[in-house]
Design a protein around this ligand. Structure first.
Ligand SMILES: [Zn+2]
Length: 200
């Protein structure tokens, strides 16, 4: 299970902070709610593409001795299963969908250069997720008049702040800002059945 680690700063500062297992150790298990601190359980690596970083970052992992499941502390500047930072994706979506710039112009706001298809992929997922975002974010901010769910969701994200919205969505209601990948919905956990057993 991934939970968010509140962090604002450089990637180097992030790595320094998580190198100490006590600095951010959860006090209880979010999965079985056992009331004892979790055991440090190494790291995994993932890609981060941001204006100032294009490479690998480490993600701290803990183990619950009671339920034998792991918890990863995902820094809140990334979204699960997406390589680009939340800031890069947010800037792209606002530029393309709210300010109505072309995909190429929107992609240019988010260095390093990225393939056209990546922006299309974010837009497709955001469109599919917009109505659910409007419903979830109503707990944080007033819904605003807008021509459609996409514009309303963007306005609500801008007014809440994307990081605060991401924190609430993932931490509070287990909702992925761009929607969970197939097989992980709802809630971002692997389905109990293998895909072979699922209906086509
Ligand atoms: Zn547990």
């Amino acid at each position: 299970m991934q939970i968010l680690h509140p962090f604002a700063g450089s990637v180097q500062q992030y790595h320094e902070q998580i190198s100490n297992p006590d600095g951010c150790r959860p006090s209880h298990c979010p999965q079985c709610n056992a009331k004892h601190p979790l055991t440090a359980h190494g790291f995994y690596t993932r890609t981060l593409i941001d204006a100032s970083h294009d490479g690998v970052i480490r993600v701290r992992r803990y183990l619950c001795r009671a339920c034998q499941r792991t918890v990863s502390l995902l820094p809140e500047f990334v979204l699960p299963y997406l390589r680009s930072s939340l800031a890069v994706i947010a800037l792209f979506l606002v530029t393309r969908l709210l300010l109505a710039q072309t995909i190429n112009a929107a992609a240019a706001t988010a260095p390093p250069p990225m393939p056209y298809q990546r922006g299309q992929f974010w837009i497709r997922r955001f469109r599919a997720q917009a109505e659910a975002l409007c419903a979830a974010l109503a707990a944080l901010t007033q819904p605003v008049p807008a021509p459609d769910f996409v514009h309303r969701a963007l306005a609500m994200l801008e007014s809440t702040g994307w990081t605060a919205a991401h924190r609430f969505l993932l931490g509070g209601v287990r909702c992925h800002l761009l929607g969970w990948p197939r097989g992980l919905a709802p809630g971002g956990r692997r389905a109990a059945f293998s895909s072979a057993a699922a209906p086509a």
